[in-house]
Design a protein. Structure first.
Length: 253
């Protein structure tokens, strides 16, 4: 999602989950603040959790996580959303053409080699590393590299998820016909749907000429604050929502 994320994890005790989430959010916050040249907390609420101890609740949980972008009006069908990773259960390049190394550009070949090396060493890819790898690539190779990185680092146990439904196709069908329930997952609702963030994306791309929204993070804080003034008067978003979108601080007055 634009302003939060979901994860489904198996753990033996709550303290293990807390430790994992603490490390995950700390790394993400540090990386995001560093690339956006900002300070202070990135997440404004602690994570919420909802234990699932029966097959039915586990199945409901999987449906909710996969279907969340559909409920938030970002896509028509769950498998069309790249960032719930559903499509990667069936393909390692669901949103791009297969990579043919001998036909790839030299920067693309170097990027693939470097991603493999980071992964083999058990290291994550920092935002600065990702910017360096993606910067010389065209749109087609950026999509290919994105799929390659996701597939390389993917830790989702698809077999465990699919076993609750009998097949991948049956799991997707369960998502397609299910609507509207939060399945006891405690979320802080801001009163503003994700299609509002989609409007911000459209306005920003139109204003800047960017082809990829992530190019915004190359802008200085001064430039992003200018965009804040441009965006806040053209949507129903609050100041905080626009500031979060642009990764800048906002006055509380």
């Amino acid at each position: 999602m634009f302003d939060h994320f979901h994860a489904s994890a198996k753990c033996g005790k709550k303290s293990s989950l807390s430790s994992f989430m603490n490390r995950l959010t700390n790394i993400y916050s540090h990386q995001s603040n560093q690339i956006c040249n900002r300070n202070g907390p990135l997440f404004h609420h602690n994570f919420g959790s909802a234990p699932k101890r029966t097959d039915k609740k586990e199945r409901d949980n999987i449906i909710y996580l996969g279907n969340n972008p559909v409920e938030r009006q970002l896509v028509k069908r769950a498998e069309e959303y790249r960032w719930n990773f559903l499509a990667y259960a069936k393909s390692d390049h669901p949103f791009s053409e297969p990579i043919i190394i001998r036909r790839a550009s030299w920067p693309m070949q170097k990027a693939i080699k470097e991603v493999k090396a980071f992964h083999e060493r058990g290291q994550y890819l920092s935002y600065k590393t990702l910017q360096r790898l993606f910067q010389p690539l065209g749109y087609k190779e950026r999509e290919q590299l994105t799929d390659f990185i996701i597939s390389t680092y993917n830790v989702i146990d698809y077999d465990e998820a699919i076993r609750h439904f009998g097949s991948y196709e049956a799991m997707l069908e369960a998502m397609h016909v299910t609507t509207g329930r939060e399945y006891e997952i405690k979320e802080v609702f801001t009163g503003w749907a994700d299609d509002g963030y989609s409007k911000l994306v459209q306005l920003l791309l139109r204003k800047t000429g960017l082809k990829d929204i992530h190019g915004m993070f190359y802008y200085s804080e001064k430039r992003r604050r200018q965009l804040f003034e441009y965006l806040k008067g053209r949507t129903s978003a609050t100041d905080r929502q626009v500031a979060n979108f642009l990764r800048i601080g906002v006055d509380k007055t």
